[in-house]
Write a protein that binds this ligand. Structure first.
Ligand SMILES: C[S@@+](CC[C@H](N)C(=O)[O-])C[C@H]1O[C@@H](n2cnc3c(N)ncnc32)[C@H](O)[C@@H]1O
Length: 275
């Protein structure tokens, strides 16, 4: 990391930007579902309405975190990946990407990206790298992948494999945002042998409850959601080689325990390698 880059990140942490707490935001609603304390009344109200529509959302959010940890363990271990670009980081929780990756390979380098001002205020917690590796944080929007790639290139070497992590974020990109182009732009920038790992709320698992929850969230939350069905999520992996067991319900992707496998997660998830 250059001095200019680290200074920029640190300075942002010292002066948290003002943010509107009267409207629910996804990072804080998700934090509420996970049992965190970084949320406000509007986030809790939206979170509760969503729970009414789809009571398994809390288990689904936990299953998503467990899926994230399993995919990072696979990527840093079996796949030998030492560089991660984690877009839509969320408020720090248990098993953040750098903690899992560096527990397997301490020299791992991780760039976190999110566009939520509250996540930005927590960036310092994400920058506690193992001295053998490094972490950085970029305040940016997934809809501007070129900007993300430019910033990430300060820490990551794009001539070597990178794992692009898109965990429970693509539902906030709608058709007009051209989400498939966004993912293709990211994957075009990384070399052969790179990976993408993603999870996405499913429109076709527990369909009725998921539709009700989407309707409720779209009334109350700043970031609207578009849930997608299996073929629409599978399209994000076009041109890439899915690793076993392919794109599946996230809880069924290499579960570590029977309890993980049994989770009623309404999410599609998969990991794929760029040939
Ligand atoms: C549901 S949380 C998922 C957090 C984490 N990836 C996980 O799976 O545990 C979605 C995160 O994506 C971020 N996000 C949503 N839309 C975004 C965008 N257009 N650009 C960058 N971040 C975005 C939110 O601020 C939030 O932190």
């Amino acid at each position: 990391m250059t001095d200019e880059w680290s200074h920029g990140v640190t300075a942002s942490c010292d002066e948290p930007p003002p943010f509107d707490t009267s409207v629910a935001h996804v990072a804080r609603v998700y934090n509420y579902w996970l049992g965190g304390k970084d949320n406000f009344a509007a986030d809790r109200a939206a979170g509760e309405q969503a729970i009414k529509a789809f009571p398994d959302i809390v288990l689904s959010a936990r299953a998503n975190r467990a899926f994230l940890a399993r995919t990072v363990r696979f990527l840093a271990g079996e796949a030998g990946i030492l560089q991660f670009l984690d877009i839509g980081t969320g408020i720090p929780s248990a098993n953040n990407t750098h903690e899992v990756a560096q527990s397997v390979a301490p020299e791992s380098r991780i760039v976190y990206v999110d566009n939520d001002p509250v996540v930005l205020t927590h960036a310092r917690a994400l920058l506690t790298s193992d001295p053998a590796g490094a972490t950085a944080y970029i305040d940016a929007d997934l809809r501007e992948p070129e900007r993300i790639l430019e910033g990430a290139a300060r820490l990551l070497d794009f001539s070597r494999p990178v794992a692009v992590m898109l965990m429970a974020i693509l539902q906030h990109l709608h058709e007009e945002d051209d989400p498939y182009r966004v993912v293709a732009t990211l994957m075009d920038a990384v070399p052969s042998g790179s990976y993408v790992a993603l999870s996405h709320p499913a429109k076709d698992i527990n369909a009725e409850a998921m539709a009700k929850m989407a309707e409720s969230l779209n009334k109350m939350m700043a970031e609207k959601v578009t849930f997608r069905d299996r073929p629409a999520v599978a399209r994000f992996f076009d041109g890439l080689d899915l690793v076993e067991p392919g794109m599946v319900q996230a809880s069924k992707w290499r579960p570590a325990t029977d309890a993980e496998a049994a989770s009623p997660a309404a999410l599609w998830g998969g990991v794929a390698r760029k040939p």
